[in-house]
Design a protein around this ligand. Structure first.
Ligand SMILES: NC(=O)c1ccc[n+]([C@@H]2O[C@H](COP(=O)([O-])OP(=O)(O)OC[C@H]3O[C@@H](n4cnc5c(N)ncnc54)[C@H](OP(=O)(O)O)[C@@H]3O)[C@@H](O)[C@H]2O)c1
Length: 324
């Protein structure tokens, strides 16, 4: 079967389309025919050897997918051939068939297509874990989202809006901000043009910002932390800007605030039942049109390098998919 393969660490151009043997479902696994693969920023890191997970070579990128179960391994009772499924693989989804543990997948909600099902698990799952479990976001609180037009950013804008927050979307271009506004943002900040601290003073007033969702890092984290309200929460999600910022702890003391780590990958492993319940709820909201799961473009497997370059070059609004 066809797979896009990483034989050595490097930029997207080093990936090669190749043939590999068909997978066999091990105990507790299913083999699914892959209908669509959701790409994420971490796919650009995993192929470069810059991600915390380092799979053995050759591996395929692609951490999430939708598909149809073709066979089940020993002990699998909750899935059968023909079931439409979605979920995460961490890597190895960008191939025609993939073997995946049953803990990682759920059946696709009625009314949800394969494309959105492939793109939903990681971004909305992360937004949900961040806002519901970590920040415990309340209605009418002010939520500022950095990188608001990207995968996790847009998911958080939409989920924050759905939870009744006042959402401030922050991004680098006016097109991205218009896109975030169309997806539920109440206010927008172009952080390439306006100083983030000034913008948050303007929009947060005396009270400040209750919750910051930060998947970008770099130069934006410290001004965002400085803008928090008393007992605000700063959600540390990722470092798409490349630099891991160091934050002055006196700010945390003075504001009585919390800097909260968000690690979707650990949460889903440590609390599988909660992960499955959350994904089923998010998929239903998506099927009902409450969440968009916006797909910018679908690429064939052979064009995986172009797709990953677009992500690395900051050109994506919403999600990119591969179709094996
Ligand atoms: N902690 C977790 O569990 C978890 C889960 C999922 C993702 N993440 C992390 O969250 C981050 C975003 O992931 P994603 O899949 O949503 O990525 P994405 O769709 O590519 O979005 C990233 C956003 O970051 C901004 N950005 C700023 N500087 C950038 C740069 N130098 N290169 C690329 N983007 C830059 C871009 O918006 P502007 O151009 O508007 O600035 C872009 O829209 C990544 O670091 C990822 O590893 C963490």
């Amino acid at each position: 079967m066809k797979a896009i393969l990483c034989h050595r660490y490097g930029p997207p151009d080093t990936l090669e389309l190749g043939d590999i043997p068909e997978p066999v479902a091990g105990p507790g696994e299913v083999v699914a025919k892959v209908e669509a693969v959701g790409l994420n920023f971490f796919d650009t890191l995993i192929i470069a050897g810059k991600y915390q997970t380092k799979p053995p070579f050759p591996f395929s990128p692609g951490g999430e997918f939708s598909g149809v179960v073709e066979s089940v391994g020993a002990g699998v009772t909750e899935f059968a051939p023909g079931d439409r499924v979605m979920g995460y693989t961490n890597y190895n989804a960008a191939r025609e068939r993939t073997a995946v543990p049953v803990d990682n997948i759920v059946k696709i909600a009625a009314g949800l297509d394969f494309d959105r099902a492939a793109a939903l698990t990681i971004i909305y799952g992360t937004a949900y874990h961040a806002l519901v479990h970590r920040a415990q976001l309340r209605p009418h609180e002010t939520l500022a989202v950095l990188g608001a037009s990207g995968g996790v950013g847009l998911a958080t804008v939409e989920l924050g809006h759905l939870m009744g927050a006042r959402v401030i979307a922050c991004a680098s271009t006016d097109d991205k901000l218009a896109f975030a506004r169309a997806h539920g943002a109440d206010e927008v900040v172009n952080y390439e043009r306006e100083d983030l601290r000034d913008a948050f003073k303007r929009l947060g007033g005396e009270h400040g910002i209750d919750v910051v969702f930060d998947p970008v890092g770099g130069p934006y984290s410290e001004p965002a932390l400085r803008s928090l309200a008393w007992q605000g929460r700063h959600l540390v999600v990722g470092f798409a800007a490349g630099e891991i910022p160091k934050l002055p702890l006196n700010l945390v003391l003075l504001k009585g605030c919390a800097v909260l780590g968000v690690f979707w990958g650990q949460w889903v492993r440590r609390d599988t039942a909660a992960y499955k319940a959350a994904i089923e709820q998010l998929a239903k909201w998506c099927a009902d049109g409450k969440l968009s799961c916006h797909i910018q473009h679908v690429y064939p497997l052979a064009e995986t390098p172009q797709a990953l370059k677009a992500l690395a070059d900051r050109k994506v609004m919403g999600k990119l998919l591969l179709r094996p």
